[in-house]
Design a protein around this ligand. Structure first.
Ligand SMILES: *Cc1c(COP(=O)(O)O)cnc(C)c1O
Length: 356
């Protein structure tokens, strides 16, 4: 038997989560965000299941090319725009819409070959202070874009820093409105958290990412209660069993010491598979359909779980690390991170099995 770890990707769940986004914003067109190899799910695999989206939003132009090469004619938005002239020429040729977040990118437009044109998503910095033009620059840049024969259409875009928590989007939205309320241009302002929490905010193109993959964008709201279905399930098996006496330790650094006799299952899954090394003792896992937890440090290829109260658990028992039986958000939170990072971390050595 090969090493028993694998990731299952549920394609029907991707379609179902896309439908949740559509229902939340029925008047918007949807850019399915597939950056970072579709949040670790595999770009072409995810794009196939999400092909009903109106477009794809992505970061890396070579991955955008993979979508075109695979035959996708959808609008494709480059979320950070282009990084040099060569990429801009390619974007024009392949009809990739380009975010423009800085003056340098505006200047590049002038160097496009005659006749080449691109769709522009002008990104405004409304308070997140990561990417985007400052409000004061916008009128001039908009005038420049309107005057340019290298620009086909302009959409106004921004991104919210706190859509997922109590502070919300009000202050950034106010800045955005103040700059854009006299413009009749289309807008794209909503990530997953905004789509789910502020469905009435106008966004002609929404940009859901994590919700498509079944993760909750909110720390305090479960994915299930949002109607989302897990897409990635990481599964493995117990490959050895150890009996600990009181005082015995397990794993690197001997960080976990048994305070009573314990049965420990050793699972073929470690941080080189993408499981977070920072997951503390007590991080939930499911064995033979029953919840238990990790003990000791996660090592590169293995982790240890408490099976003292699960006499049926033995070598070969199936273990779910996260996914359909156990929310990735919950595991991520026990490791001090978010499901985005768990999904993106899935290592290439882990075989993927697709489920319809
Ligand atoms: C990643 C990204 C998104 C998607 O965000 P989620 O929280 O995953 O929905 C939307 N817009 C931009 C600009 C992004 O970079």
């Amino acid at each position: 038997m090969p090493r028993p770890i694998h990731a299952e990707i549920n394609l029907a769940a991707l379609r179902s989560n896309l439908a949740v986004a559509r229902r939340a914003a029925p008047r918007s067109k949807v850019f399915a965000v597939v950056k970072a190899n579709a949040y670790g799910h595999g770009l072409l695999r995810a794009a196939g299941a999400l092909s009903n989206a109106d477009g794809f939003a992505i970061l890396e132009i070579d991955y955008a090319m993979r979508l075109r090469d695979a035959g996708y004619r959808h609008p494709i938005l480059l979320l950070e725009g282009v990084f040099d002239n060569r990429e801009l020429a390619l974007a024009a040729e392949q009809q990739f819409a380009c975010a423009i977040h800085a003056r340098d990118q505006v200047k590049m437009l002038a160097e496009l070959p005659a006749g080449a044109r691109v769709d522009v998503f002008l990104k405004l910095n409304t308070g997140m202070n990561r990417l985007g033009l400052m409000p004061a620059e916008v009128p001039n840049v908009l005038a420049e874009l309107r005057a340019s024969d290298r620009v086909r259409a302009v959409t106004l875009m921004t991104h919210f820093a706190c859509a997922d928590d109590d502070r919300g989007i009000a202050s950034q939205l106010q800045v955005f409105e103040a700059i854009t309320n006299r413009e009749s241009l289309p807008r794209s302002i909503a990530n997953s958290a905004t789509v789910l929490r502020y469905p009435r905010v106008r966004s002609d193109w929404i940009r859901p990412g994590i919700m498509l993959y079944g993760g909750s964008p909110f720390a305090d709201v479960t994915a299930r209660s949002l109607g989302l279905t897990p897409v990635m399930t990481l599964r493995s098996r117990i490959i050895a069993v150890q009996m600990l006496n009181t005082g015995d330790a397990v794993g690197y650094g001997a960080t976990y010491v048994a305070d009573s006799p314990q049965r420990i299952g050793i699972v073929a899954c470690g941080y080189a598979d993408g499981y977070p090394r920072h997951a503390q003792s007590g991080t939930p896992v499911v064995v033979e359909g029953v919840r238990t937890h990790t003990v000791g440090r996660v090592s590169m290829d293995m982790l240890c779980i408490d099976i003292t109260t699960l006499p049926q658990a033995t070598v070969g028992s199936p273990v779910t690390l996260f996914g359909d039986e156990l929310s990735a958000d919950e595991v991520a939170s026990a490791a001090g991170t978010v499901s985005y990072e768990l999904f993106c971390a899935l290592a290439s050595r882990v075989p993927v099995v697709e489920r319809e």
